[in-house]
Design a protein. Structure first.
Lengths: 270, 199
């Protein structure tokens, strides 16, 4: 049986020499966390099942910085490495793979050009293509959207683009299904309402999407403690949990979180 | 010198980095004649069986004779599958060095198998020194190998069926998972392979 995965996420600001890892709160305020390859190696040694780099600067001039960061990281990190942010074409994806990444995460580019999912999956395999979805709760009812019951009222989930700065009107659940059909290997599902809050994952969102698709869903946004990870694994079919802040500032070690999950009966790699 | 064959299929940087991490002198080889000075051969690979066989065709004679003379060989993922006679994935023949075939994962599980899964060790040999039953390795594959001779099976992994995850016969070792992406235990397996060369 496959183990459920714990994935630290490193949001990288490449606007400074060499790049740095930062953490945003609800996609806005930013706090410094460390040097990308150093943090990645620490997490690898601590038992991370996978490492995610998200380039939150994502402008063209900084592409070379990201490729250098990937090369440096892959010398010392021997678990799968996913890179996202600013990947707009198959050529961008190729450059990232050729630098040592194992998977690319695409978000805005996939929503604007869904065929990019097919192209990456056909050329590099489904396992190499992660579709990232940033979903925002919408409580006002709109025709044709999938309504989910939550303790805060009925809502649907809207896909956001440009790192939370734009909205599409597209239903996140329907989009996850389409991404799967087109060949995505994972859905990285971030709750914009929870991201950076440390209030716990959006259980209703994660449950709805993970029950709809067969491919693994990576729950993301809102993780503040190990109990949140246990909750999302117990209440939803998410196969992986992604977290940033709880690991960055030394509050919890990955191995300790995994020991806790194992004690609670979750199948994890130790 | 360990020759890692670059035939245009998959990420060779990872396997080079991992082998170097455990102390190997690695050379990436894109021409068959460069194989002459190798002390060991590694074939990595992700992708389709048929395409791999096409790309490996120029290497086939050299690799087969090197294996016959006893040169240590490690096949990873697709590099394991191409050792077999044939695959359900493509009409092209495999190397046929190992008797048996490569078949699709059963319908009751999601393909590709992608993620961390456990080994059930069937036979303790040097290649699994320090690796225990239940240790996790990282898998990415939709097809799996069915060797005719079950004695060569070193480890299996449960995924809808009993997937053969490590085989070993004389100087040939092959693994279905990716040791270069399997953390410390993966590096340990690569180190064990290197030690088989030094002996």
């Amino acid at each position: 049986m496959l183990a459920r995965r714990i994935i630290p996420c490193l949001d990288c600001d490449l606007g400074v020499p060499g790049g740095r890892v930062v953490k945003g709160i609800e996609f806005k305020q930013i706090r410094y966390a460390g040097i990308p390859w150093e943090l990645a190696e620490r997490y690898y040694l601590d038992g991370a099942d996978e490492i995610v780099f998200l380039d939150i600067t994502a402008s063209h001039e900084r592409r070379e910085t990201m490729l250098a960061v990937i090369k440096k990281t892959s010398k010392n990190v021997f678990v799968p490495l996913t890179v996202g942010g600013g990947i707009r074409s198959i050529e961008d994806a190729r450059a990232v793979f050729n630098s040592g990444a194992d998977k690319v995460a695409i978000n805005t580019a996939a929503l604007k050009n869904p065929n990019l999912i097919n192209q990456i999956a056909d050329r590099y395999g489904s396992q190499a293509c992660v579709v990232a979805i940033d979903a925002k709760r919408r409580y006002e009812s709109v025709d044709g959207k999938e309504i989910v019951k939550t303790p805060d009222g009925d809502c649907w989930f809207e896909c956001s683009i440009y790192g939370g700065r734009g909205f599409t009107g597209i239903d996140a659940i329907a989009w996850a299904e389409e991404a799967e059909e087109r060949g995505a290997g994972d859905i990285m599902l971030t709750s914009m309402d929870r991201d950076g809050t440390c209030d716990g994952f959006d259980i209703e969102l994660t449950k709805a999407v993970s029950e709809r698709v067969k491919i693994p869903v990576i729950a993301s946004g809102g993780c503040g403690n190990p109990e949140h990870i246990l909750e999302v694994f117990q209440k939803t079919r998410a196969q992986a949990a992604l977290a940033a802040s709880i690991f960055h500032y030394g509050k919890y070690k990955i191995v300790d979180v995994k020991r806790y999950l194992k004690e609670k009966g979750i199948h994890v790699r130790l | 010198m360990i020759a890692v064959i670059d035939y245009g299929m998959g990420n060779i940087f990872s396997i080079r980095n991992a082998l170097e991490k455990v102390g190997a002198d690695v050379r990436i080889i894109a021409q068959p004649e460069e194989l002459d000075n190798a002390d060991g051969i590694v074939i990595p690979g992700v992708g389709s069986f048929g395409e791999a066989m096409k790309q490996l065709l120029p290497f086939q004679e050299k690799i087969t004779s090197a294996i016959e003379t006893g040169l240590p060989f490690l096949g990873i993922c697709l590099g394991m599958q191409i050792l077999f006679e044939r695959s359900q994935e493509s009409p092209e023949s495999g190397f046929g060095i190992i008797e048996g075939e490569v078949i699709r994962l059963p319908d009751n599980v999601l393909a590709p198998q992608m993620g961390w899964n456990e080994l059930n060790i069937k036979r303790d040999t040097d290649i699994v020194k320090g690796i225990e039953d239940g240790d996790f390795f990282y898998f990415v594959h939709s097809y799996h190998c069915v060797p005719k001779d079950k004695k060569i099976v070193i480890a299996t992994t449960e995924y809808g069926t009993e997937v053969v995850s490590i085989i070993e016969r004389d100087n040939i070792c092959a693994v279905q998972f990716h040791p270069e992406k399997s953390g410390g235990k993966g590096l340990l397996l690569l180190k064990n392979f290197l030690e088989s060369i030094k002996c």
